[in-house]
Design a protein around this ligand. Structure first.
Ligand code: FDA
Length: 394
């Protein structure tokens, strides 16, 4: 550290911490951004399959999960995707739009980190890596911070230490512990955007089908319907559609799978097959991988000739195709989760400034808060937007 006192210290040089530091630096503040990891932006580097889904053109509050659904509105309205896109374009980073407004870099997530590092330099931010925070105490109106690199003070403290997913990238519960130290409510954390595991007694069936992918629609007991690809794994289910629904799934509850989302009226479709004496397997093969057709028909004991089916049996068939209730018994845990749900309660912070109501000069931004986005670039948009709002108040 080059100084002993800063206007602002930001703990966590991830997505939110870097953007907050840049914007505070451009406002003329003397900013220290510190991180215990050897490099900044570790999750950005591996995000979006290495291409970083850095935002989404269709951001709306309904894409976020938070105990108070109104909390996200102000920050999202004040920092829209176009603002980040403009930055990306200014740095000549090529990108593409995929389904549903998702924006990805073309040449790799490292470019987003490089862009943010350049901006940190331009904004005059001091970056201190490999820096462990040992203790944080507020004395009078000043924050006193003990670190493995020395002792320092600051007028304001921003916590941007993220969530608990991917512990191998040095994720930590630092922010939640600090919140508790100051008597702030923390909503218990759990893995989100994560594969779901099936009970051990059913695994052999799924495992035999591992590697297969198909288009489904899926819903949890609470929450929206998601459509997209589902991937069958040795342990259970994964793929974008399952990651989405995992944010809403609770242990002990089922998820409902529609295995024919493209067929508008399955009852009519089945009746049609019956009347035309078409085989069930032949029709299913037009929608599913062959291996799944065989395994599924054996599991549910539906034979191929619909001519003998009563209406009741036809209805049962329709239900197992479009509303198959399956009971995962766990998630694949933080090691495989893209985000964590829960975190510092949003009741504790201002939705305009992100300063805590109880402790002046203390701010929480990004994923450490109880705000989790759907898959599709929404989590980064939250990191950028909350960082932007906070930086205007520092
Ligand atoms: P973030 O985790 O980015 O940063 C926290 C920082 O704090 C880290 O640098 C960490 O080292 C540091 N830190 C933690 N504890 C500390 C301590 N005690 N002392 C000092 N420093 C500490 N989202 C999206 O929108 N599009 C995508 O494509 C993807 N893809 C994706 C893939 C994978 C594999 C993962 C794991 C996650 C994603 N995400 C994503 C989610 C996204 O990465 C995540 O929501 C944001 O990075 C959150 O930004 P934050 O700045 O809040 O935390």
């Amino acid at each position: 550290m080059t100084q002993l006192h800063y206007d602002v210290v930001i703990i966590g040089a991830g997505a939110a911490g870097m953007v907050c530091a840049i914007q505070a630096g451009y406002r003329g503040l003397n900013v220290l951004l510190l991180d215990h990891a050897p490099k900044p932006g570790a999750k950005i580097r591996i995000s979006g399959g290495g291409k970083c889904n850095f935002t989404n053109r269709r951001v709306e509050p309904k894409h976020f999960i938070c105990a108070n659904p109104h909390f996200v509105k102000s920050a999202l309205a004040r920092y829209q995707p176009e603002a980040f896109i403009e930055w990306v374009e200014r740095h000549n980073i090529a990108y593409e739009e995929r389904d549903n407004g998702q924006l990805f870099t073309l040449e790799g997530a490292g470019q987003i980190v490089a862009m943010l590092r350049t901006e940190l330099d331009w904004a005059g931010v001091e970056l201190q890596l490999n820096c462990d925070v040992v203790a944080v105490i507020k004395q009078h109106e000043t924050w006193s911070i003990s670190t493995s690199q020395g002792q320092l003070t600051s007028a304001k403290l921003v916590v941007a230490t993220g969530g608990l997913s991917y512990p191998k990238l040095r994720a930590s519960d630092f922010g939640m512990k600090l919140a508790k130290q100051y008597g702030l409510e923390v909503i218990p954390s759990r893995p989100g955007l994560v594969p779901l595991q099936m009970p051990a007694r059913q695994r052999a069936w799924w495992s035999d089908l591992s590697g297969l992918s198909l288009e489904v629609a899926v819903t949890a007991q609470r929450g929206p319907r998601f459509e997209g690809a589902m991937l069958i794994t040795h342990q259970g289910l994964s793929g974008p559609c399952i990651l989405q629904v995992s944010n809403y799934w609770q242990p002990g509850e089922p998820i409902s799978l529609n295995l024919l989302p493209d067929v508008k009226n399955v009852a009519e479709w089945l009746l049609d097959l019956k009347q035309n004496a078409q085989s069930l397997s032949g029709a299913l093969k037009q929608h599913w991988p062959k291996r799944l057709v065989q395994a599924w028909q054996t599991k549910f004991e539906f034979d191929d000739h619909l001519a003998n089916y009563t209406q009741l049996r036809l209805d049962q068939l329709g239900t197992s195709l479009t509303a198959w209730s399956i009971y995962p018994d766990d998630t694949a845990g933080y090691a495989k989760a893209e985000v964590s749900l829960g975190g510092v309660s949003t009741d504790e912070v201002s939705s305009k400034t992100f300063e805590t109501h109880k402790v002046s000069g203390l701010y929480f931004i990004g994923e450490v808060l109880d705000v989790t986005g759907h898959l599709g670039g929404f989590n980064f948009q939250w990191a950028w937007a909350s960082a932007h709002a906070c930086a205007q108040d520092l």
